[in-house]
Design a binder for this molecule. Structure first.
Ligand code: FBP
Length: 330
């Protein structure tokens, strides 16, 4: 089954048929952009596309050439779709309003066009993450993105690894597709992904250990402590790209974490962005039977107040995330 055929089936299950049509157009366009990004990544070193573009984005990250390029082609494709009223992108300080998609059924897309940028110049795995919400006819439409994660009508990611994989949900399960590089088409290979209740691996940047909440530190100590009965120690798996670490966690189980830095308890600092990294991954996880939290709060209940807001995330197998939350409560 192709992605387009699957989207047609999902469309019929969404409450608003007009929004459903727009959602299908947008996901299909993002898939087409992903095929182009996959091509470009494969040839980036040959086309002088590696390295920094110069300058930083709003969140202070040094921007890579492929970050800017990825953003530009994504924005152009979404504008052309005629279904996107505004784009909130990691590479744009403010939402990009798109009159082509305005109206009562217009949709707002939040997107990280190239996730895992630190892997770009070392031929490591990177991804694209996206979320789709109703604009509620708002104009400007960007502010419609500032709602709870439960308002998302679709979410997904593309992983550019040995294979190019697209995983999405439209609120009825989480489904995976693999791109046929010869045609650029995405074909259904992982229908209705179910995250195992408990895993054997954990993913976290342990270099930040000393900055964590005591409960977070105690939980990771727990995972490292040998105990045959509970399958410990867990193995550490961390790629430096959220898409790759979350994808492995969805298929094999376990937990991926990017906890907050609470060195200054009055000012906790998180890294990953709510609207275009954390909320979409959390919708995908819950639709696949998983769990996603800050350690103390369900991610999908968080109402965004800023476009580039950062929050902590613990995501994956329901039993593993629930246990981590117990450690936060202690
Ligand atoms: P970008 O979207 O800017 O690449 O940042 C996000 C990210 O690269 C995630 O994909 C990854 O999980 C995390 O940052 C890695 O952060 P760190 O290098 O601090 O471990």
């Amino acid at each position: 089954m192709t992605l387009e055929e699957h989207l047609a089936g999902q469309q019929a299950r969404l409450a608003s048929s007009d929004q459903a049509r727009g959602m299908a157009v947008i996901v299909s366009r993002i898939a087409a952009v992903a095929a182009v990004i996959a091509q470009e990544l494969a040839h980036a070193a040959l086309r002088d596309q590696l390295g920094y573009a110069g300058g930083t984005n709003l969140t202070g990250d040094q921007v890579k050439k492929l970050d800017v390029w990825g953003h530009d082609i994504m924005a152009a494709a979404l504008r052309k779709s005629g279904a996107c009223a505004a784009l909130v992108s990691e590479e744009s300080p403010e939402p990009i309003e798109m009159h082509e998609g305005k109206g009562p059924n217009g949709l707002v897309v939040a997107c990280d066009p190239v996730d895992g940028s630190s892997n770009l110049d070392v031929n490591g795995t990177v991804g694209t993450i996206f979320s789709v919400r109703p604009s509620r006819g708002m104009d400007p439409s960007g502010p419609a993105a500032l709602g709870a994660g439960t308002e998302q009508i679709a979410a997904g990611y593309v992983m550019y690894g040995p294979a190019t994989t697209l995983v999405y949900t439209a609120g009825h399960g989480t489904h995976g597709f693999t791109m046929d590089h010869a045609t650029g088409q995405f074909l259904l290979t992982h229908p209705d992904i179910r995250i195992p209740k408990k895993g054997k691996t954990y993913g976290v940047n342990e270099g930040n250990f000393t900055t964590w909440h005591p409960g977070q530190r105690a939980y990771v100590e727990h995972l490292r402590t040998p105990d045959k009965a509970s399958g410990r120690p867990y193995s550490l798996r961390y790629s430096g790209a959220m898409v790759a670490d979350v994808h492995r966690t969805f298929l094999d189980g376990g937990i991926f974490m990017y906890p907050a830095d609470v060195s200054n308890p009055a000012k906790p600092k998180a890294k990953l962005r709510l609207l275009y990294e954390v909320a979409p991954m959390s919708m995908l996880a819950e639709q696949a039977g998983g769990r996603s939290s800050t350690g103390t709060e369900r991610i999908l209940d968080i109402k965004a107040s800023e476009y580039h807001q950062r929050v902590a995330i613990l995501i994956g197998s329901p039993d593993d995330v629930a246990l981590a939350e117990d450690f936060y409560r202690q």
